[in-house]
Structures are given as structure tokens and as C-alpha cells.
Design a protein around this ligand. Structure first.
Ligand code: UDX
Ligand code: ADP
Length: 463
């Protein structure tokens, strides 16, 4: 079977870039991306391609090349489902905020809604592909819903987890280390898998397209993220020890990273990892392990999260301690709010939690981020409130000029590793700050010797 028409439900950070690249690389396949959120769809359709809602280097060019030809964005979910022979589910699966598994398990209500909608609308056989990160055995639930509520048409369920990292999504999609496709071992399952493999084979060498059973594919995604996050927590744990012993975490990372068994990537000490995947997926893994009664397995992986929470908290408390044990009424400038550079995504960004701690100490926070919109920052504070924080939007001011954000500040905290921060006129920033002027480099990107020469008091992670 050859795929001719793809529908993707969910036009977010995963669905948007992934489908744009598929459309761009497969001109013979019509790709419809649909979403309930009309504002988001309007932004994807914005005449000025620079206004698309997801910021990713290179993405606007890809969208410009394919949009209106074989790539379409719309809110008409039913029509797109009906037309498609392959449907990707790319909706969000946040951590549950209520009921059983609160704070741990993935909330699958959006997935279930999608499955029910597909079942209600489909009049011909479909291949349904799970793109969102899901707990292992979700495909079973999706299959149940499709088979029991559908109109008697046949569905094949595949798992095709996304491994793109935000900020490098286009590169990761164009040139992935691997693509993973999981499916049933039945002949129909194999045929569905082949259909998806052929889509990717339009631009990816076949030896990089791995096929497995559905459960391996689902669990591999959680495991990959758990391993990556574990590396960050491991180096962050060592960063605290470095600060006490006179070792330098950058030197330690370089020294261990040259061992080919360890490797150099994902060893950057930081204020803590963020993003929509790491924390959610590990919590998920922990929850699944606990539901099977695997206490040691659950505790082992939970420690990665505990370490990350500690790292964020430690960064905030170091600011308070260094500023003579009080930040009340002081202005702290945050450079960066996104969870990493080259994205406008702020989900689970360390900045949110550091801000929370400092606001509780009655600091005033001035935020500058090159790509994050003001309203997104305020929404993050509202989100904190839903998680029990007493602080709110008050106390945060968002700036569009970094020099103004830093004017009269007592301290600057670097929360995101945006390249542009390195090129700032740091002398000018220093001249306009309260003295002594402090810099807390949560990403170890600035030249601390140079800053110290200007007169800053610099605190870096793991030094
Ligand atoms: C991650 C996985 O990398 C990707 O394969 C998966 O599909 C989704 O989850 P993402 O969350 O977009 O991608 O970004 P990633 O580059 O993994 O960074 C996650 C967080 O870890 C960021 O906050 C980043 O700043 C932090 N990090 C990463 C470090 O603190 N140090 C490092 O060495 C690497
Ligand atoms: P991700 O990072 O996984 O892409 P996002 O939150 O950026 O997550 O995107 C998920 C998108 O899925 C959102 O834009 C949301 O509106 C959309 N969505 C959720 N449920 C449905 C549904 N039943 N039908 C259509 N779109 C949906």
C-alpha cells in the first residue's frame, strides 16, 4: 500500500515541524495538519511565514516551500480524517493534574478523544500512528476504542515516536540518527509498517529506519528520554560537588566525555533540564514501574527528577544567599526564559521554578528572552498557581530590550543559553546596574574572567 493522504491531529511543537518536513520531502503525499485551536491554525496559515507559532531555525523556509502545495493547516478535523489513509496522533499528553496518578501518570484524555473522533468519522480502513509520547501499552487502549466504537472499518495502530529535539527540530527531522516504527507482527501490521517506512524512505536511508513491536517502540521513547535526562542530572550532581572541592565541572565533563564509552554530548551542567518531555516521560516511567510493583526500578529513575528539582532550587537559593540573604524589593534580571536556546517553548523551563522561588522571597523579576512572548511568560506563572504556588503574574516585568531589563538590577541570572547573550556590551550593562553587580550564569556560557575584569561578581554552575 502506498500512502497518498496523511492527516495529523495536533499542530504543536511535534506535529507542526514533523509534518512540514514530510510534506516538503514527499511532494506526492497530501498532508493535512488539523488542530482544535483556531488561533494556532491561523498562525500556521499566516501570510508572513515568520509568524508561524513554533520557532525553529529553518522551519519557516520549509513551511513556505510546501504550504498551499501539498501542506495544509485547518481546523476541519473530521474532513481531514475522512480523506486520509494514514492519521498521525500528535496531541499533547501532559502529566495528570487530578485523580489517580496525579502528578505522575500521563493524561490520555486528548488521545482518547482523538481515537473516538477517528472511529466516529472513518468510513474506510486507516492506519493510525501514535506520534505523541505515550506510556507503554497505550496502543492497546487506542485499538480498543477504535475497534469498539468504529463503523466496522479496519484500523492498524503503529507507534512512531518522535526523537526531534526542539531548537534543532528541522535538522533532526531531515537527518535523524534513526526512525522507529513499531507495529503488530500480523501480516496486516507488517503491511502498515511498510507503508510508513516507505514514507520516510523518501529521504532517510533504510538502514536508519528501525522496526519493532509496538510495545518496544513505545517503551524506547520513554527510555531514550530517561537516559538523556539521567546524563544531565548526573553531571548536575557532580557540579555541586565541584563547587565544594575546587574542581571545575566543565573540565570534568571534557575529561570524561573523551572516553568513547561515555561520549561528549549531554554533559553540560545547567540550572536544570526543562522541556515538555524529560520530566513528563520519567514520571511516566516511574508511575508505570510502580503500577507493576517494581519499587526499586521506580525509585532509581525518580532520583533523576529529584536531582533536577534540587538543581533548580539550589540555583535560586544561591542567588538569595549571595545577595546577603535577602532579595526582597531587589530587581533580578533574567536573561532567557525558554527551556533551551533556539525555541520559543517554555514548558517546564527551569526559569519558571527559579522565578517562583525568588518571587516567594519578594524579588522583582525582569525578564528578557529573544523569542518568548510576554503573554507566554505570564501564562507560565498562572500554570505555577495551578500547581499550588502562591505567586502570580505580579512581580514579573517582561522587557523587549535586554539592556533595559538589566538597568538598575542587583543581579543578572542566565536561564537560557541563547548565543546572543555572549555578544552583549557587558561593560554597558555593568555601568547601569546597582553595585556590587552580580551575574549568576546558569548555563556557563559567559566568559567569567572577562566579566570579573569589568567588575562583576560571577557565580557559575559547578565552579
Ligand atoms: C528531548 C529529547 O532530546 C528528544 O530526543 C525527544 O524527542 C524530546 O525530548 P528536548 O526536550 O526538545 O528533546 O530538548 P533537549 O535538547 O533534550 O534538552 C532538554 C533539556 O535538557 C533542556 O532544558 C536543556 O537545556 C537541558 N540540557 C541538555 C542540559 O541541561 N544539559 C545538556 O547537556 C543537555
Ligand atoms: P507537542 O509538543 O506534543 O506537539 P503541543 O501542546 O505543542 O504538544 O501540541 C499539541 C496540539 O494538539 C495542541 O495545539 C492542541 O490544541 C492539539 N489537540 C489536542 N487535542 C486535540 C484534538 N482532539 N483534536 C485536534 N487537536 C487537538
Amino acid at each position: 500500500m502506498k500512502v497518498k493522504n496523511i492527516c495529523c491531529i495536533g499542530a504543536g511543537y511535534v506535529g507542526g515541524p514533523t509534518m512540514s518536513v514530510i510534506a516538503y520531502k514527499c511532494p506526492d503525499i497530501k498532508v493535512n495538519i488539523v488542530d482544535l485551536n483556531a488561533e494556532r491554525i491561523a498562525a500556521w496559515n499566516d501570510e508572513d511565514v515568520n509568524n508561524i507559532p513554533v520557532y525553529e531555525p529553518g522551519l519557516s523556509d520549509i513551511v513556505a516551500a510546501a504550504r498551499g502545495k501539498n501542506l495544509f493547516f485547518s481546523t476541519d478535523v473530521e474532513k481531514a480524517i475522512e480523506e486520509a489513509d494514514m492519521i498521525f496522533i500528535s496531541v499533547n499528553t501532559p502529566t495528570k493534574t487530578y485523580g489517580v496518578g496525579k502528578g505522575m501518570a500521563a493524561d490520555l484524555k486528548y488521545i482518547e478523544l482523538c481515537a473516538r473522533q477517528i472511529a466516529a468519522v472513518a468510513k474506510s480502513d486507516k492506519i493510525v500512528v501514535e506520534k505523541s509520547t505515550l506510556p507503554v501499552r497505550t496502543a492497546e487502549a487506542v485499538k480498543n476504542i477504535l475497534e469498539n466504537t468504529g463503523n466496522g472499518v479496519k484500523f492498524q495502530i503503529l507507534s512512531n515516536p518522535e526523537f526531534l529535539a526542539e531548537g534543532t527540530a528541522v535538522d533532526d527531522l531531515l537527518n535523524p540518527d534513526r526512525v522507529l516504527v513499531g507495529g503488530d507482527t500480523t501480516p496486516e501490521g507488517q503491511e502498515a509498517m511498510n507503508a510508513l517506512v516507505e514514507v520516510y524512505a523518501n529521504w532517510i536511508p533504510k538502514d536508519r529506519i528501525l522496526t519493532t513491536n509496538v510495545w518496544s517502540s513505545e517503551l524506547s521513547k520513554l527510555t531514550a528520554n530517561a537516559f538523556l535526562a539521567q546524563r544531565v542530572s548526573s553531571i548536575n550532581a557532580i557540579s555541586e560537588l565541584c563547587e565544594r572541592t575546587g574542581a571545575d565541572v566543565n573540565e570534568v565533563a571534557r575529561a570524561i566525555g573523551t572516553d568513547s564509552r561515555i561520549g561528549p554530548k549531554f554533559l553540560k551542567a545547567s540550572v536544570g533540564f526543562g522541556g515538555s518531555c524529560f520530566q513528563k516521560d520519567i514520571l511516566n516511567l516511574v508511575y508505570i514501574a510502580r503500577t507493576y510493583g517494581l519499587t526499586e526500578v521506580a525509585d532509581y529513575w525518580e532520583q533523576v527528577i529529584i536531582m533536577n528539582d534540587h538543581q533548580k532550587r539550589r540555583f535560586a537559593s544561591n542567588i538569595v544567599k549571595t545577595l546577603y540573604n535577602t532579595v526582597s524589593g531587589k530587581k533580578i534580571a533574567f536573561l532567557g526564559w525558554a527551556f533551551k536556546k533556539d525555541t520559543n517553548d517554555t514548558r517546564e523551563s527551569a526559569a519558571i521554578y527559579v522565578a517562583d522561588d525568588l518571587l516567594n522571597e519578594q524579588a522583582g523579576i525582569a525578564v528578557y528572552d529573544p523569542k518568548v512572548e510576554e503573554e507566554a511568560i505570564y501564562r507560565d506563572m498562572d500554570y505555577l498557581a495551578t500547581r499550588g504556588s502562591s505567586v502570580n503574574r505580579k512581580g514579573i516585568t517582561v522587557y523587549t530590550d535586554p539592556y533595559e531589563a538589566c538597568r538598575d538590577a542587583h543581579a543578572i541570572a542566565i536561564l537560557t543559553e541563547w548565543d546572543e547573550f555572549k555578544g552583549y556590551d557587558w561593560q554597558r550593562i555593568y555601568d547601569n546596574m546597582k553595585k556590587p553587580a552580580f551575574v549568576f550564569d546558569g548555563r556557563n556560557i559567559l566568559d567569567s574572567d572577562q566579566l570579573q575584569k569589568i567588575g562583576f561578581i560571577v557565580s557559575s554552575i559547578g565552579k
